[in-house]
Design a binder for this molecule. Structure first.
Ligand code: NAD
Length: 354
């Protein structure tokens, strides 16, 4: 039902929210005029994938459970061949950014439509962006062909996300919104969505940490994830995402944790140049400085604060600085090696942003 109150048409993408929404999967596949859905997951979420396959009944073309971090091209090729061999006519990805990435990678190679059932706050389901790795090199493309057709947000599925990942994944989502506030191609609409997304996490994240089973708060944070993912797909990102890309790609640091640690530092860095654009962060989190506001929020929700806790060596900071400042890119505050080195030092030690 296109006009249902739990359904949004977001520029042609069908987005649905509701506790138990996964139970509608069969109707959603039929709505796409499909009959053979291949269910995708990581090995860790095989049970969730099997539940979806059961709900699909005769419309299931099986489960492909080998989604992996960083979307390795070898896995994507294998999965696309598998999709063809079972005659799949659509994909149902259940999981976080890694599983969504696999769905996008198969769609890119086969043109199959995708339904995504997100179980983290990463937000990849709302973007036409695909990051892939081959021979240790990560590349990113943006192509409308990889944008999923349908997103089903079911808060019951996020209950199982461990508290630590709930926190880092939430901060990962907030980072999309924070950088959208100063994106050069922002619009009134993306700014409003970014503010709403940040507000959802400011309210909802402390609640889901206190009570992981609070479905209303889980729904609020999922809505926040959708808003933050949407702006990530619509405007260009800057320093924060660049630093996380470098640290994740070159030093193999975990995606969501890295985002959580860097966020207050990158925002403090840019608040020097565009404090007025980051004022919504101060208003939402109640502080005079946007970077400090996010640092205090991260502390409050018990987020990791130090890159050294992820295993990064202090001796790697010079190389990280070099990699992050090699190619120029637009950023509100000029990116200089000296300032980035200082930023990374504070983030490495877990100090408040400089
Ligand atoms: P993830 O998908 O790698 O998930 C981490 C682990 O948690 C996996 O084992 C997963 O199976 C498990 N998991 C996920 N949800 C769970 C749940 N509810 N209960 C129990 N276990 C659960 O992590 P992520 O942070 O969601 O995604 C990170 C990846 O997504 C990165 O590769 C990143 O580059 C990509 N990403 C892409 C975009 C984009 O727009 N292309 C946006 C954000 C992230």
């Amino acid at each position: 039902d296109q006009t249902a109150s739990d359904t949004i048409d977001s520029q042609g993408v069908r987005v649905r929210f509701g506790a138990g929404m996964r139970h509608r999967i069969r109707a959603e596949v039929e709505r796409l005029n499909c009959r053979r859905a291949l269910v995708l997951s990581t090995p860790q979420q095989s049970e969730a994938a099997l539940e979806i396959a059961e709900l699909l009944g005769p419309l299931a073309a099986g489960v492909y459970g080998k989604a992996a971090m960083h979307t390795p091209v070898s896995v994507s090729k294998d999965a696309a061949a598998h999709a063809r061999s079972v005659d799949a006519d659509c994909l149902v990805a259940i999981g976080g950014g890694s599983t969504t990435g696999l769905g996008k990678a198969i769609a890119l190679r086969t043109g199959l439509p995708q339904i995504v059932i997100p179980t983290t706050y990463a937000g990849s389901e709302a973007t036409p962006i695909l990051g892939q790795t081959e021979d240790g090199v990560k590349t990113t493309l943006s192509d409308p062909a990889v944008l999923p057709e349908v997103i089903l947000y079911d808060p019951e599925l996020v209950r199982s996300l461990p508290v630590g990942m709930t926190v880092t994944s939430g901060l990962n989502a907030m980072a999309h919104a924070a950088e959208a506030l100063y994106a050069t191609d922002r619009t009134a609409q993306t700014t409003a969505q970014a503010i709403e997304g940040l507000q959802a996490f400011a309210d909802g994240l402390p609640r889901v940490i206190r009570t992981p089973d609070d479905l209303e708060a889980r729904m609020q944070t999922l809505r926040g994830a959708w808003l933050c993912g949407t702006v990530l797909g619509r405007v260009g990102m800057a320093l924060h995402h660049k630093l996380c890309h470098t640290l994740g790609g070159s030093f193999d640091l975990p995606h969501a944790d890295t985002h959580a640690i860097i966020l207050p530092h990158a925002i403090a860095y840019n608040a020097r140049a565009v404090p007025h654009l980051l004022q919504p962060v101060c208003d939402i989190f109640g502080d005079e400085n946007a970077g400090l506001a996010l640092y205090r929020f991260a502390k409050r929700v018990d987020a990791p604060l130090a890159l050294k806790s992820l295993g990064l060596k202090e001796a790697d900071l010079d190389r990280a600085t070099e990699l992050a400042t090699q190619k120029p890119y637009p950023n509100p505050q000029p990116v200089t090696a000296r300032d980035i080195r200082a930023l990374l030092q504070a983030a490495w030690a877990g100090d408040a942003p400089v």
